[in-house]
Design a binder for this molecule. Structure first.
Ligand SMILES: [Ca+2]
Ligand SMILES: [Ca+2]
Length: 582
């Protein structure tokens, strides 16, 4: 339960309620109800021509399907539906329409006699490039301490908020050299999620995932221009964007090497624009988790930005030195867990198991320094897991696998490969047994289920990059399709993409800016049966079934919030599929 507890919550403050809800839901038997209008579900954005292409069709007794030109009766492909099977997470009986062999570019719909046609989708060679750019631009639009200008944001331009140039050291973080009330400067960084606070732990996996996207696909990201203020300089935009948060993270390291857990208001800001938010902000308690996440990200950044030293003079060396000082602090303080002070009510990100953070930091320091003592300090669990903010062990395997041809003799290359392949193989096995042809199972419908899907996809892509098993790439595609509409409610979960889009994200800027359409490229949390926010909603959830429990309403923070750690795998996976299925 304890492990599930940390997967369940974006913050642990609502953990008790979360545990209760899940145990209640587990006892419910799900009845399948067919909504004819939602009968054919497909990735509403579409596909690359060479991609695995599958639609999910409500079982109706039909045995065949066709692909038609959008809005016409011109059949361009015909195929057989698979036998009906039930997906436990939604309780539906469905059939699969596999049209992977169809590779012609254009706009299409899936047709099954007796059912409404599927939403429209495109097939194009650059089908995911724009979504990838939008997903990255989410970070620009959520930068703290800077105005977002019309030139780069159009109607989403806004004033600067939260300068964080005078941040107060909270009592929980006080030392002899920085007593309570000391003022430090800690500007920049990204707003974490629907709120305006900045948390090192969640910044860890988010920043790493963007850096990994670049490290794995540098040619793609070097050519990408995402219309941010730094577009057109000598640095890939994804690295400009990551630097906005890295610059903030560096300021969060105390003089002794330890790293503050978060920079926060005492209470959440209201649903206001950033410039109306509180300027009284605090750095709170140094923790082992924050310090190790910081060490891992800085060690990673040190090696990646080495080639951009002329753009960021001295950064690479400073990042490594900061990482090593953080590591040393964590060695001396191995079990300092986060304890929320009584006067602070914002998100906790309180991780009770920091062995995975230690392993990840050790792995990144080893890869960057080639110092064997770091490799020997890694003690990773035997089974690798799908990453989340509190479970970062597999990030170590991702980086070790990426660099396996360039490690010292101490590294066990076979072990590294085995860990990557075992997790991909487990996820593939689930995919092949799934009526929906996705790795997502009932237990995956936690708070932020869409990020679970995309982190699963990211791990499948690591398996594919390691050993070129095409099934791994196809299983990753299926999970990407899932978040873009091939799901139990026939909805895209990315703002601005698909024919049925989220319109009311739990996100202060989206709520307060007076613009109907949320900025494109934000992944919302997605279905979960937690419903701990139901009493705050004027309309009821339509279903208690995990894969259908979703409300496109700002009240539903468990299903419609956005977060930096959720958008990061959207960037990674959309970019990877754009590159790998071309
Ligand atoms: Ca640039
Ligand atoms: Ca952990």
């Amino acid at each position: 339960m304890l492990r599930g507890f940390f997967y369940l919550t974006r913050f642990s403050m609502k953990a008790a309620a979360a545990c209760l809800s899940v145990s209640l839901v587990a006892g419910i038997a799900f009845a399948g109800e067919a909504d004819p209008a939602l009968a054919i579900r497909v990735n509403q954005l579409g596909f690359m021509p060479l991609a695995h292409k599958v639609a999910v069709v409500s079982a109706s007794g039909a045995t065949a399907f066709s692909i038609v030109r959008a809005g016409t009766s011109k059949v361009v492909y015909s195929g057989k539906l698979s036998a009906a099977a039930t997906w436990e997470a939604s309780g539906e009986s469905v059939q699969l329409a596999d049209f992977s062999a169809f590779q012609r570019t254009g706009d299409y719909q899936v047709r099954v006699t007796g059912l409404p046609d599927s939403p429209r989708f495109g097939v194009r060679t650059d089908q995911y490039a724009q979504l990838n750019q939008s997903a990255l631009r989410y970070y620009y639009l959520n930068r703290a301490s800077i105005a977002v200008s019309k030139q780069f944001a159009g109607k989403y331009a806004r004033a600067a908020g939260h300068p964080d140039d005078r941040v107060i050291v909270h009592a929980s973080a006080a030392t002899a050299t920085r007593p309570e009330g000391t003022v430090i400067a800690s500007p920049k960084g990204w707003y974490d999620a629907g709120d305006y606070n900045k948390y090192i732990v969640n910044s860890g996996i988010s920043t790493y995932t963007l850096l990994a996207a670049y490290e794995h696909f540098p040619d793609y990201y070097r050519k990408q221009s995402s219309n941010i203020p730094e577009s057109g300089d000598a640095v890939p935009d994804v690295l400009n964007e990551a630097m906005w948060n890295l610059a903030w993270m560096l300021t969060m390291q105390d003089e002794d090497g330890g790293v503050y857990h978060k920079l926060t208001n005492k209470l959440f800001d209201g649903m206001v624009m950033p410039e109306q938010g509180s300027v009284e902000r605090y750095v709170v308690q140094k923790t082992t988790a924050a310090t190790l996440d910081f060490a891992a990200v800085m060690a990673t950044a040190s090696r990646i930005y080495r080639q951009y030293d002329s753009a960021f003079p001295g950064f690479s060396a400073r990042a490594l030195k900061s990482a090593e000082r953080a590591w040393q602090w964590a060695q001396a303080n191995p079990g300092v867990l986060y304890r929320q002070p009584a006067d602070v009510k914002t998100g906790e990100y309180a991780d009770r198991n920091v062995s995975d953070e230690l392993a990840w930091a050790a792995a990144e320091l080893y890869i960057t320094t080639k110092n064997d003592s770091y490799y020997q300090a890694m003690r990773l669990p035997q089974v690798s897991t799908v990453p989340s903010w509190s479970d970062v062990g597999s990030l170590a395997w991702i980086s070790l696998s990426q660099h396996r041809s360039n490690l010292t003799a101490t590294a066990d290359r076979q072990l590294i490969a085995t860990h990557i392949d075992q997790l991909a193989s487990t996820l593939l096995d689930r995919t092949e047994k799934s009526a929906y042809n996705v790795a997502m199972q009932t237990a995956d419908f936690v708070w932020g289920s869409n990020a679970v899907a995309l982190n699963q996809a990211m791990m499948l892509i690591q398996g594919y990059r390691l050993n070129a098993r095409r099934e791994y790439l196809d299983a990753a595609q299926s999970l990407f399709d899932y978040v873009l509409g091939r799901n139990a409610i026939n909805r895209s979960f990315v703002t601005g993409y698909g024919s049925m889009q989220p319109m009311h994200p739990h996100h202060r800027i989206s709520q307060a800016d007076g613009i109907v359409e949320p900025a494109p490229g934000m992944l919302i949390g997605g279905p979960t049966a937690l419903q701990i926010d139901a009493r705050e909603c004027k309309v009821p959830y339509p279903s208690k079934v995990p894969a259908k429990s979703y409300l496109d309403d700002v009240c539903s923070y468990t299903t419609t919030e956005v977060a930096i750690n959720w958008n990061a795998p959207l960037v990674y996976v959309s970019g990877a599929l754009q590159v790998l299925t071309r």
